[in-house]
Design a binder for this molecule. Structure first.
Ligand code: NAP
Length: 311
C-alpha cells in the first residue's frame, strides 16, 4: 500500500480545517472521521460565535458545510473508528475497520468529550437549555435564571461568566466543599449574583415534553430531600475527557490525558505526528480555536514533509 502524505484522525472543526488546508496544498489527505462524524458541534443547536455567519448557524449544519468544503478539494473521508495506531515505525500505521492505512504524517484531531450526568432528560434537552459550554450558549440565557453543575474550576469559571449575563446563577455541587482553586472559589462565593447549593445532585431535568428547560429536580445527598428549582438553562461543568485512549503509549500525554505538544505548536512527542483542537487544548475549547489549530497542524505537516523530502 502506498503511504498517504497526511492522515487526519477525527472530524470536528480541527480535523476539517486541517483537511481543507492539506487538500489545497495537494497532499490528498485521508480523513478517518469516526462513525459519528462532526464532533461536539453535532450536539449543539445554534452557533452564534463562529465567524462568517451573521445570523448564526446550526452546529450540525456547520459541520456538514466544513465536510463539503474539505471534500471539494479532494479529501477522502472514511467513516470508520480508528482502533489502533503505530507511531513507532514509518510510515505511521493507523488501523480502522479491516484496513490499516499508512501515512507519512498524522494529524490527531479526536477532540474531547464533556462528562455528562447520564440522565435521559439531559440527552433530550442538550442544546435546548442544557449546555456544556457557557461561552457558546450563555448569551441565549440573558436576564434568565441559570444553573451550573460542578464544583471544580470549570464550574466556577462558567458561573462567573454566566453571572455577567443571567439574572441569577445557582451552582449545584454534590459535596460541602469545592474542588476549585481558592482564587476561583473566592470569586464565585463572593459574587452577589451567584448562589451555591451544597450536597446536592441533579435528579432530573424538566421538561423534555416541552422541549426546553423549565426546572431542575435536586436531591440532597445527605438528607435525601428532593427540591425543584425553576431555571431556564442548565450548564454541566463536571469535567472533560480527551479522546486519547488509542494514543496511550504512542504519544506523550499530560497527566490529565490530553496530548502533550510543544507550546505554541501542534507538534507531539513523535516528529511527523501533530495534534490539533480540543484533544490538546484544555483551556479554550472553542470551535474557532480548534479550527485555527487544525490550520496550523496542516501547515506544520506540510513543512515537515518538505523538510524530510517525503513529498
Ligand atoms: P474537575 O476539576 O475534575 O472538577 C469536576 C467537578 O465536577 C468536581 O467538583 C466533581 O465533584 C464534579 N463532578 C464530577 N462528576 C460529577 C457528577 N457525575 N455529578 C456531579 N458532579 C460531578 O474538572 P474541571 O473543573 O473541568 O477542571 C479540569 C482541570 O482544568 C482542573 O485541573 C482545573 O483546575 C483546570 N481548569 C482551570 C481553570 C482556571 O484556572 N481558570 C478553569 C477551568 C479548568 P467532586 O469535587 O465531588 O469530585
Amino acid at each position: 500500500m502506498t503511504a498517504r502524505k497526511v492522515i487526519i484522525i477525527g472530524s470536528g472543526p480541527a480535523g476539517y480545517t486541517a483537511a481543507i488546508y492539506a487538500a489545497r496544498a495537494n497532499l490528498a489527505p485521508l480523513m478517518i472521521s469516526g462513525f459519528q462524524y462532526g464532533g461536539q458541534l453535532m450536539l449543539t443547536t445554534l452557533v452564534e460565535n463562529y465567524p462568517g455567519f451573521v445570523d448564526g448557524v446550526m452546529g450540525p449544519e456547520l459541520m456538514q458545510i466544513m465536510r463539503k468544503q474539505a471534500e471539494r478539494f479532494g479529501t477522502e473521508v472514511v467513516a470508520d473508528d480508528v482502533t489502533a495506531v503505530d507511531f513507532t515505525r514509518r510510515p505511521f500505521h493507523v488501523s480502522a475497520g479491516d484496513t490499516t492505512y499508512e501515512g507519512d504524517t498524522v494529524i490527531v484531531a479526536t477532540g474531547a468529550s464533556a462528562t455528562l450526568l447520564g440522565l435521559p432528560s439531559e440527552t433530550a434537552l442538550m442544546g435546548r437549555g442544557v449546555s456544556t459550554c457557557a461561552t457558546c450558549d450563555g448569551f441565549f440565557f440573558k436576564d434568565q435564571d441559570i444553573m451550573v453543575v460542578g464544583g471544580g474550576d470549570s464550574a466556577m469559571e462558567e458561573a462567573l461568566y454566566l453571572s455577567r449575563l443571567g439574572r441569577s446563577v445557582t451552582v449545584v455541587h454534590r459535596r460541602d466543599s469545592l474542588r476549585a482553586s481558592k482564587i476561583m472559589q473566592d470569586r464565585a462565593l463572593k459574587h452577589p449574583n451567584i448562589t451555591l447549593v451544597w450536597d446536592s445532585e441533579v435528579e432530573d431535568i424538566l421538561d423534555p415534553a416541552q422541549g426546553k428547560v423549565t426546572a431542575v429536580k435536586l436531591r440532597n445527598v445527605k438528607t435525601g430531600a428532593l427540591a425543584e428549582r425553576a431555571v431556564d438553562g442548565l450548564f454541566i461543568a463536571i469535567g472533560h475527557q480527551p479522546n486519547t485512549g488509542i494514543f496511550r503509549g504512542q504519544l506523550d500525554l499530560l497527566p490529565s490525558g490530553y496530548v502533550k505538544v510543544v507550546p505554541g505548536t501542534t507538534q507531539t512527542s513523535v516528529p511527523g505526528v501533530f495534534a490539533a483542537g480540543d484533544v490538546q487544548d484544555q483551556v479554550w475549547r472553542q470551535a474557532v480555536t480548534a479550527a485555527g489549530m487544525g490550520c496550523v497542524a496542516a501547515l506544520e505537516a506540510e513543512r515537515y514533509l518538505e523538510a524530510t523530502q517525503a513529498r
